[in-house]
Design a protein around this ligand. Sequence first.
Ligand SMILES: Cc1cc2nc3c(=O)[nH]c(=O)nc-3n(C[C@H](O)[C@H](O)[C@H](O)COP(=O)(O)OP(=O)(O)OC[C@H]3O[C@@H](n4cnc5c(N)ncnc54)[C@H](O)[C@@H]3O)c2cc1C
Ligand code: FES
Length: 265
Amino acid sequence: MLQEKVEILWNKEVGGLYYRLGLKCDEGFADTKPGQFVMVRISDSYNPLLRRPFSIHRLIEENGNVRGFEILFKVVGKGTTILSGLREGGFVDVLGPLGRGFVIPENFQSTFIVAGGIGVAPLFFLASDLMRAGVDSSKIQMFIGGRSKEDLLCIDEIKAMGFPVHISTDDGSLGEKALVTEIVKNKLTNTRPDMIFACGPSPMMKAVAGIAEKENISCQVSLETMMACGMGACLGCAVEKKESSDKYLHTCLDGPVFDAAILKI
Ligand SMILES: Cc1cc2nc3c(=O)[nH]c(=O)nc-3n(C[C@H](O)[C@H](O)[C@H](O)COP(=O)(O)OP(=O)(O)OC[C@H]3O[C@@H](n4cnc5c(N)ncnc54)[C@H](O)[C@@H]3O)c2cc1C
Ligand code: FES
């Protein structure tokens, strides 16, 4: 794990409130797993004081070597507003890679990958990794949902990976007018994956976990729980376990990716 000031390679607006931030990091990230994250100290001042968590969206490679990584972020508050204003050549302090990422089971057969809004950030990395590992594109279906078309990211790049991509928006501005979880439910009537990977807002993770439980399908969810330290010190990211005397897990250390079956979400 690295804690270092790293150089900003690019910070590009990708429509609306979304940005891609490329960070130069010659060491420490080569073995990063999809689902892992970094804590970014956005400013040298004490406002905002706390680091902010962001998923690693993709690794930046040069001649086969990892030279850095990219974050895909949405401007929602003070920290991300400051982050959106940082420019190429500047520096941010990064701690990571942190947490546990998605686990690809050894007997992996087929999957539904389900993204809600900015939840596409780590799932793009996961889908790229599966394709790189030589998984047949017929084994993957991806579902991407958002409030509106402005909230659907990376669609063309994901479609170019070659597996079916189902698009939905709450307002019908792109794809089907439905919640992404409804599209997943419909698809399950004629296709049955042996694993669901999901990332998105809490209500969506709850819905996906419920669908997986009902259908008896293994499911890994990546939680976007708020975090203060990212390292197990503040207990701010506790998530409740199902039926256990040892009741809580830390999203930062034990997650952010969990087997949905063990969580009370
Ligand atoms: C493991 C993990 C990975 C994440 N990956 C990404 C990513 O790849 N891209 C991305 O854009 N965001 C990601 N997030 C969310 C991101 O950390 C927050 O959006 C960010 O910290 C907000 O900082 P801020 O100072 O701009 O907002 P604040 O001023 O702190 O808050 C503004 C508003 O956003 C809400 N908010 C803050 N943090 C979260 C959160 N974690 N989840 C939901 N709402 C929140 C607050 O309640 C408030 O309403 C991730 C969070 C976690 C825990
Ligand atoms: S964020 Fe502090 S313990 Fe997890």
